[in-house]
Design a protein around this ligand. Sequence first.
Ligand SMILES: *Cc1c(COP(=O)(O)O)cnc(C)c1O
Length: 386
Amino acid sequence: MRTQFLPFSPPALSDKEIESVLETLREGIWLSSGPKVKKLEEEFKNYVGAPAALAMNSCTAALHVALQVHNVGAGDEVIVPAMTFSATANVVEHCGGKTVFADVDPETLLLTPQAFEKAITPKTKVVMPVHYAGHPADMEVINAIARKKNIKVVEDAAHCMPSKIGDKYVGSSDNFTTFSFYATKNMTTGEGGMLTGPAELMEQARMLALHGMSKDAWERFKPGAKWEYDVPRPGFKYNMPEIMASLGLIQLQRLNELYESRMKMVRVYDKFFKNFPYAKILATRPGFQSSHHLYVMLLELEKLSIDRNKFIEELTARKIGTSVHYKPVHMMSYYANKYKLKPENYPVSLDAFNRMISLPLSSKLTVQDAEDVIAAVEEICQKYKK
Ligand SMILES: *Cc1c(COP(=O)(O)O)cnc(C)c1O
């Protein structure tokens, strides 16, 4: 057994990130959004092939601003998969809209086009597919349905980087797409995010992300620039600080290396779980590249005498850190009470939730760490098999 606790998802930082942050502090000129934020937007845009990019202080902020640009308000319905982090739905509520949940595919836990289509009403304004675990949703079909019904699409790509549909990166589409640089995400700035999408809507998003001001600080403090600005619409304080961008620039430069390192663990897990009778893993569809943000194991509870929570306790006792992604949002008390929802209203999400454990996975962890996890999983299954 391990002697040291294995953290679920430690960030993979190098001396380069540390040096980059120190450089920003030593220069001591820009601490709020400045030239490094501009550079990160430019490099991110080029990496994924986005029409335009806006750096923000979180993915949640990017989701909120995207819905604001689409003018989601009272009376508008927004379709959200039940299997996601609550932030995806929370922003709908912040806009005064109505969250409408839809169930997911049992093999990928992605919003299905069928469930999306079934949830549409004349009031549907936006659909928010989530690229769960970094595997892209079926965007070709979802986009086609949305176009036909005049519904806007906002992609929650918090788990992506780098994820692809065919040879195109998630983030290259004309939909607003939101990325997270939260501490556990594939690419991190501690807290942070990016919004990509159509250039003609990005200026509005940029204004809303900085108080609704018609000019950002970068423009107002340029030599010879005029100080005056207008506030045509009350905005938010969602811009990315320079220190975060210093970190992000290096993480983006290292992204391919980080992905390769993550894949080494994924391959070890995949090989083991392919023929493992006590748990299933998520499917990867041909034609898609998953960023493998999460490694989700779905327990075959019928073959075990313990439940998911007890399994987690057993892993913790063996010094293996885990997490659960996610308790479905319709089961959270706010949503359950407001919309009078029962857990079994979205049976696929509920069933997956009861079985799921996210195993340790990070670019910082090693093949040996994956072997330790596998040994612990195997031991627990042998102990509690029926
Ligand atoms: C992490 C996450 C978010 C929120 O990201 P933040 O950057 O922490 O705001 C939103 N949606 C999903 C699916 C996430 O995993």
